[in-house]
Write a protein that binds this ligand. Sequence first.
Ligand code: BGC
Length: 363
Amino acid sequence: MRRGILTVAAVGLLAAGNLTACGTDSGDGAAGSPRPKIGVILPDSASSNRWETADRRYLEAAFKAAGVDYDIQNAQNDKARFVTIAEQMITNGVTALMITNLDSGTGKAVLDKATQKGVATIDYDRPTLGGSAQYYVSFDNVAVGRLQGEGLVKCLTDKGVKKPVVAELNGSPTDNNAAQFKEGYDSVLAPRYDAKEYLKGPDQSVPEWNNTTGGTIFEQMLTQTNGRIDAVVAANDGLANAVISVLAKNKLNGKVPVTGQDADAQALQHILSGDQCMTVYKPVRTEAEAAADLAIALARGEKKKTEQTFHDPKGDRNVPAVLLGAQAITKETVKNVIADGYVDKADVCTAKYAELCARAGIG
Ligand code: BGC
């Protein structure tokens, strides 16, 4: 994890140096290379709040600070729209395209088209398997999953639950990140299942990370097990919220530990109230800045070295990558997410939560 942070610091420094230099000579229309224009396609705004509340904000700030043109759009979970946006961006002369794909098939089509037209490409947060992106910028997603697994173990230990039945509600089958999160939490849970210390409960993926579908699936899990679920690995905060709503209907919220990911305002409230056991905070600002630095460099015809690579098993290709570290968040550390500027205190410490915020040292 530490290594990831150092890498990005290095990328950030390099980029800052280059940007200063370019900033000075771009005034006279710098030798032949077109003015950078970065296109970004975000996946949707319902599977997680992060895309519109964090990624867009931090990417915009990074592009503005570098003085480059940009166009950030959201495909709203529509693959045809994703392709159309990409085509329009290419026609409108983007020099670099950054995508968070909806699946690898669509992602690959878009990346290949961009490459054909000489547009530089970056996979942002989600890798496109079998694709052609020049860089991949994300988190160490297996490590993120490990934090979720370890977080759940800690909550169960703290509650003194013996032989818990653990349900797993995984992310979208078309998102390689979801597979990596699962690899991470299963690496923590599988040895406990094997030792019969934990009992493996229902284990299902949620198509397209759809939060409503996630709630329905979890409701079915509870029915199938006659309500015998003692802990839930929910792959992100949206799914955790759906699980918590079902648990609340059954008066089980707060009794059954639930994990999450993304550290959104609602999850932080759930953590303060004890309905959610933990989440994972991924500093999206660092991710956005690293990706923006690379996109700007590519758009200027420069190639940066990264210290990490991501192995794309489908294309059997090592993609130069920046893979960042993340942090587990519990009641004691909710304040860190707010102090980092990721979530506003006003969005967490609403009237109902003011007292809990004060107790958690959020001042
Ligand atoms: C991202 C998560 C997000 C999920 C659903 C994943 O690829 O890494 O942060 O919660 O997609 O949008």
